[in-house]
Write a protein that binds this ligand. Structure first.
Ligand SMILES: Cc1ncc(COP(=O)(O)O)c(C=O)c1O
Length: 330
């Protein structure tokens, strides 16, 4: 299928319309779901000897809430909660709540706070304990779901104009070193180092390579590229977090007969690509306009824009084929 034959996405909010409707702050919501009940968020505290604070032993998720005609809806809630449970399990955390309860809690906290365009942050962590590295034996497990406003994540105009990305000198840790598919707090020190480096060099985000020079991902997003009408991305063999947004893009491609290749790839292939874009719950589908001096097209007549519009159509309830991905909050 050529780009001209792409289906006409009527009813998709234009980017301008979307960003107008969104908050440009990340205001925190008043209520937090905290170990089983809704409480005043600002009144909650974490002990200074919480194991998670010292050793990064927490697992978390990020879930978006979007306005739909039926009221606010959480996107792919169940998949996020299941990934949280898997991340926790790998770190030996026995969750005091099952997936069902966590899904209900996510709905409760969204509804109570009156969130429309927002972001939920479920987080489970090892609490107070002695100075040792056996939290699964010694420390209680706590869980919360915090809510906040969230607009465009990677800065003003990122969805429309794309971002500038640099290859970090920090490499992505390998899946033989850490369970890379898990979203665990301690893993993000790697991303923070890379992001700080990008910031110091004047870029919006960093791309991390693996030890062998193949591409892993950006600091908090998966990477896709397009070449000759084929969509490429990597998988967990490249030590990525296999994102739920990535999976959504792959399903959109399949539905529209866009050829997809999933394999490891190199930085050079990105430099030869027709287009590059990033995917993540927070970043949604963000085009890359530059990678270390190499520029790519952005704008309406790109695959990135078309995937972005298809995605926005799904998350805002305009695509009846994917209603099962939306959990209505109202
Ligand atoms: C390192 C990393 N890769 C990829 C992703 C994208 O995952 P998802 O699309 O599920 O948000 C994230 C964000 O959660 C991430 O932190």
């Amino acid at each position: 299928m050529t780009i001209q034959e792409w289906p006409n996405f009527t009813g998709v909010p234009e980017e301008e319309e979307l960003s107008r409707a969104r908050s440009d702050t990340q205001d925190l919501a008043r209520w937090i779901w905290w170990n089983g009940e809704l409480r005043e968020a600002e009144a909650q505290t974490v002990h200074y000897y919480a194991n998670a604070l010292h050793y990064g032993t927490a697992a978390f998720e990020g879930i978006r809430c979007y306005p739909t005609e039926q009221g606010p809806a959480l996107f792919r809630l169940r998949e996020h909660v299941e990934r949280l449970a898997q991340s926790a399990r790998i770190y030996g955390m026995k969750l005091p709540f099952d997936a069902e309860r966590l899904c209900e809690a996510a709905v409760e906290v969204t509804r109570t706070n009156g969130i429309e365009n927002g972001y939920l942050r479920p987080l489970v962590f090892f609490g107070r304990g002695p100075i040792d590295l056996r939290p699964k034996r010694e420390c209680p497990v706590h869980a919360f779901i915090a809510a906040r406003q969230l607009g465009t994540f990677l800065g003003e105009g990122a969805l429309r104009n794309g971002v500038r990305v640099t290859v970090s000198t920090w490499r992505r840790f390998h899946h033989t070193m850490m369970p890379t598919m898990a979203k665990a707090s301690g893993h993000y020190a790697n991303s923070v180092l890379a992001m700080h480096e990008a910031l110091d060099r004047g870029y919006d985000d960093a791309l991390l390579l693996n030890w062998d020079g193949t591409v892993a991902s950006a600091t908090g997003e998966n990477i896709f590229f397009v070449r000759g009408g084929t969509l490429y991305t990597n998988d967990e063999a490249s030590s990525i977090v296999p994102g739920i947004t990535r999976d959504t893009v792959l399903k959109i491609a399949k539905q529209n007969d866009i050829p997809v290749v999933i394999r490891t790839f190199t930085r050079e292939e990105l430099l030869r690509a027709d287009e590059v874009f990033l995917t993540g719950t927070a970043a949604e589908i963000t085009p890359v306009r530059e990678l270390d001096g190499t520029t790519y097209p952005t704008g309406r007549r790109t695959y990135g824009a078309l995937f972005q519009r298809a995605y926005l159509r799904i998350v805002t309830g305009h695509d009846p084929r994917h209603e099962e991905w939306l959990t209505l909050v109202g």
